[in-house]
Design a protein around this ligand. Structure first.
Ligand code: ATP
Ligand code: MG
Length: 338
C-alpha cells in the first residue's frame, strides 16, 4: 500500500511558504490519487519533538502545538482522510531514531545545510547559539518519522529534499546492515512553489520562526497586515514584470506567489502580469493572498474557540498512529535483536 507522511513543526503560526510548499499539497492529496487506481493513506504530524531543537518555553510550545493543529484543520486537513497527530504521542519515533542514529555516520549530518543556516548570524541576532546535539541529529529523527510509517511519498518544500535524501540513504544502509529489506525508499513530492522567499530578504526562504515578523505572511494575518507586508517587500527598478529569480529575486518571488495561488506556472503568470508596474503587481498579489488566507484565518479562529474538538481529533489520530507505529517498531526491534 502507498503511504504519504509529512510533518510540520509547531514553531509559530504557519506561513505562506508552508501553505504553498506543503500544506496545500497535503489537502489535495486527500482527494487525488498518487497513481491512477491506487489508494493511499496519509499521516500528518505536528512534530513537537523537532520543535525542541530550538529551545522554547514549555507553555508556548504546548499552545503553539494546538494552534498548529487548528490551522491545519482550517486549511482543509480532514481527519477522515488524514491521520493527524502529535509526534511525541507516539514513542516509537524516538525509539527508531536511536536505532538509526547508531548506524548513521556523523559525516552525513555534517553535510546537511539546514542546521548551518539555523545557526547563521543575522542583524537581529548577531550571536548565533551553540550547535546542540538535537539540532545536528534532527534529520535522523525525520528519517525515523518517515521510515516508521513505511512512507512511500513525502510532500515537502525543497528545503527538506536534502533531509529526505538522507532518509533514503539511512534506509538503504539499515537494510544492508541487517541484510533484510525492512525499509523502502521514500520519494519527495514537491509543488511548483517549492520555495517561497522572505519578504524582507528574497535570497532567504520564508520561515515561520524567522525573528523578523515582516519577513513572512502568516495564515493568521489580517488583510491589512498582508497588504502592509507586501507593500514593503523589496522589488527593483528593472521595468516590466518578469520571472528571473537570480537577477530579480524580489519581483520573481511575488510572481511565483501569485502563480501558485492561481495554479499556473510562473511564466504563464508573467504573460498576464508583464505589463504591470511594481505597485500594480503588488496590488494583484495582495488580492490573491488575502483571498486565500482570510477564510483559513477565520476558520482557525473558530476552531481555537473549540479546543476540545481539536484535542479529540488529535487523540483519535494518535490512537491510529500509535497502532501503526507499534506494529512497525515490533518488526524493527525483532530485526535488530532488541
Ligand atoms: P522553522 O522556521 O521553525 O523551521 P518553517 O517555516 O521552516 O519553520 P517547518 O515546520 O520547518 O517550517 O517545515 C514545514 C514544511 O514547510 C516543510 O515541508 C518545509 O519544506 C515547508 N516549507 C518551509 N518553508 C517553506 C518555504 N519558504 N517555501 C516552501 N515550503 C516551505
Ligand atoms: Mg524549517
Amino acid at each position: 500500500a502507498m503511504r504519504v507522511f509529512s510533518g510540520i513543526q509547531p514553531t509559530g503560526v504557519p506561513q505562506l511558504g508552508n501553505y504553498l510548499g506543503s500544506i496545500r499539497n497535503w489537502v489535495q492529496l486527500q482527494t487525488r490519487e498518487l497513481e491512477p487506481g491506487r489508494r493511499h493513506e496519509q499521516y500528518i504530524s505536528v512534530v513537537n519533538l523537532h520543535a525542541l531543537t530550538v529551545p522554547r518555553d514549555p507553555q508556548r510550545l504546548r499552545r503553539e502545538t494546538g494552534e498548529m493543529a487548528a490551522a491545519l484543520l482550517a486549511c482543509g486537513i480532514d481527519p477522515r482522510r488524514s491521520v493527524l497527530f502529535r509526534q511525541a504521542a507516539v514513542p516509537a519515533h524516538t525509539q527508531l531514531m536511536w536505532a538509526l542514529a547508531c548506524l548513521t555516520p556523523v559525516g552525513w549530518l555534517n553535510r546537511m545545510t539546514q542546521w548551518k543556516s539555523k545557526l547563521q548570524a543575522t542583524p537581529e541576532d548577531p550571536a548565533p547559539p551553540a550547535l546542540l546535539t538535537g539540532l545536528l541529529t534532527y534529520p535522523v529523527l525525520m528519517a525515523a518519522d518517515i521510515l516508521l510509517y513505511q512512507a512511500t511519498h513525502v510532500p515537502v518544500g525543497d528545503d527538506q529534499v536534502q533531509h529526505l535524501e538522507l532518509a533514503r540513504d539511512i534506509a538503504a544502509h539499515f537494510n544492508k546492515t541487517y541484510k533484510r529489506r525492512v525499509f523502502r525508499a521514500p520519494t519527495a513530492i514537491l509543488t511548483a512553489s517549492r520555495r517561497v522567499m522572505s519578504l524582507r530578504d528574497p535570497t532567504r526562504k520564508m520561515s515561520k520562526s524567522d525573528p523578523v515578523e515582516q519577513s513572512r505572511i502568516t495564515l493568521a494575518d489580517s488583510d491589512d497586515q498582508i497588504r502592509a507586508k507586501i507593500q514593503r517587500a523589496p522589488t527593483d527598478s528593472l521595468g516590466a514584470v518578469s520571472f528571473d529569480p537570480v537577477a530579480r529575486p524580489g519581483v520573481s518571488n511575488l510572481v511565483s506567489i501569485y502563480a501558485a495561488l492561481r495554479d499556473v506556472a510562473p511564466h504563464a503568470a508573467v504573460a498576464e502580469l508583464g505589463t504591470l508596474n511594481n505597485a500594480q503587481l503588488k496590488g494583484l498579489v495582495t488580492d490573491a493572498v488575502v483571498a486565500a488566507v482570510a477564510p483559513i484565518r477565520d476558520e482557525t479562529r473558530r476552531l481555537l474557540r473549540d479546543p476540545e474538538h481539536v484535542e479529540a481529533v488529535l487523540r483519535a489520530g494518535e490512537d491510529t498512529a500509535r497502532a501503526a507505529a507499534a506494529e512497525s517498531w515490533a518488526q524493527i526491534a525483532e530485526c535488530i535483536g532488541l
